[in-house]
Design a protein around this ligand. Structure first.
Ligand SMILES: Nc1nc2c(ncn2[C@@H]2O[C@H](COP(=O)(O)OP(=O)(O)OP(=O)(O)O)[C@@H](O)[C@H]2O)c(=O)[nH]1
Ligand SMILES: [Mg+2]
Length: 404
């Protein structure tokens, strides 16, 4: 069931790149027309995704995140089979991220620089003695994070920063604090768009009576469903028992082998950005507020000339038609080419950069506007057509291909 779910959600890197580029074009097109504050998150995601994609695709960065004392460092050490990160009685113990790389460190150095793990907190898990055993985790970069519910404000800032960069998060909860409000409202719920790169472990399962464990797991599953995280892997672990994390280890081996976590993470980020930007590309023009140059000019032009909605709709239709014809999936493309191009139906040739300024509205079958109206219209349509092109790219690549 879980595998089937993951299998369906494979992310094609080429599509992800197209989606990101479309967002980037859209951001350039609306630059200056939409308040920067509305676009900051999108800019951040595009930049971060570009950085991550340019870095190693062979590595999967997994963070162990959770409340203080839940057992993150114990799990980290147990998975690495080495005492790398101090485990303590005094809380909180871990103040900065520690990293363990399975396989050669060389290829992961730039990635770790980008994530911001200090060189003295980087470790390598590559022992010729048990190479076979560890080879299934080659490519894993495991991070032990500070506590996110810390009394130390700096810890929380560091956790928030790192959670924005990693490919997959293993949330570590314990029987005492698994239902804490902070864990659910401030963190788990925020990851509802990243279900396929989320794993939850109930650590310290040995502290529960065997009859209690299924009940606690059931209660935790209910809370995760409420968080919008239905279906994420939920595994009991015992960090202090060498046999107590076979389920988690198997999940990590699967994740590393798939090499999909980074793409899925970025895809979830893009989904969130698209949801944020959606109001801007809704049925209203993307920038219809006072002070918005292209929308106001178009409104004025539209008020002065009959037939414009017909042309504008045709420009819109033609762009969509041509975008799909040129760039769509092969099947969709051939299907599209059977249909007439809306601009051609109106005897409009489309945008030609060398054409005279008013060529777009010349020789059409729509009613003739006056000369002044024509040039105002041409400029307005050009501005909107450019914006429209950016919007159609955005919609085409980011709205589930709903033109089919
Ligand atoms: N019985 C039991 N004890 C555990 C388990 N995991 C961790 N502990 C103990 O719990 C305490 C806290 O473990 P840590 O690994 O330091 O917890 P942490 O999440 O890294 O804590 P911070 O670094 O403060 O955020 C230690 O005393 C561990 O020995 C477990 O599965 N079972
Ligand atoms: Mg710790």
């Amino acid at each position: 069931m879980r595998d089937a779910l993951r299998g369906e959600q494979r992310v094609d890197p080429d599509v992800l790149i197209e989606r990101l580029q479309a967002i980037q074009r859209f951001l350039s097109a609306v630059d200056g027309d939409v308040p920067d504050a509305q676009l900051v998150a999108a800019h951040t995601v595009v930049e971060r995704a570009g950085d991550r994609l340019a870095l190693s695709g062979r590595h999967t960065v997994v963070a162990l995140a959770g409340a203080t004392g839940s057992g993150k460092s114990s799990l980290f050490n147990s998975l690495a089979r080495l005492d790398l990160s101090p485990v303590g009685v005094r809380r909180p113990t871990t103040g900065v991220a520690h990293a363990c790389v399975w396989g050669p460190l060389d290829g992961a150095v730039r990635l770790l620089d980008w994530i911001g793990v200090l060189p003295r907190h980087r470790f390598v898990r590559e022992s010729p003695l048990d190479a076979d055993d560890e080879s299934t985790l080659h490519g894993l970069v495991l991070l032990d994070l500070p506590d996110f519910d810390s009394v130390q404000h700096g810890h929380r800032l560091e956790v928030d920063r790192l959670l924005g960069l990693v490919d997959l998060v293993v949330w570590v909860v314990d029987p005492q604090k698994y239902a804490d409000r902070v864990i659910h409202t401030s963190y788990l719920r925020e990851f509802h768009r990243h279900k396929d790169v989320t794993v939850v472990v109930l650590n310290q399962a040995d502290r529960l009576h065997p009859t209690e464990l299924p009940k606690v797991l059931e209660d935790l599953r209910r809370l995760l469903d409420e968080d919008g995280l239905g279906g994420v892997p939920l595994l009991p672990t015992v960090a202090v028992d060498p046999n107590g994390l076979s389920g988690l280890r198997a999940e990590l081996e699967r994740t590393v082998a798939e090499r999909q976590a980074a793409l899925r993470r970025l895809s979830g980020d893009v989904d969130a950005v698209v949801a944020d930007l959606e109001p801007l590309v809704g049925p209203e023009p993307p920038s219809s507020k006072p002070g918005d140059a292209s929308a106001q000019e178009l409104n004025r032009a539209l008020a002065g000339a009959a037939g414009v909605p017909t042309v504008a709709a045709a420009v819109e239709g033609a762009y969509r038609h041509r975008a799909v014809s040129n760039t769509g999936w092969p099947l969709l493309r051939s299907w599209r080419k059977l249909r007439p191009d809306p601009l051609r139906r109106l005897h409009l040739p489309g945008r030609d950069p060398d054409a005279p300024a008013d060529s777009l509205v010349a020789a059409t079958s729509v009613p003739d506007p006056t000369a002044a109206q024509r040039s105002a219209l041409t400029l307005a349509i050009r501005a909107v057509a450019d914006l429209g092109a950016a919007i159609f790219d955005f919609v085409y690549w980011n709205k589930a291909y709903d033109f089919a």
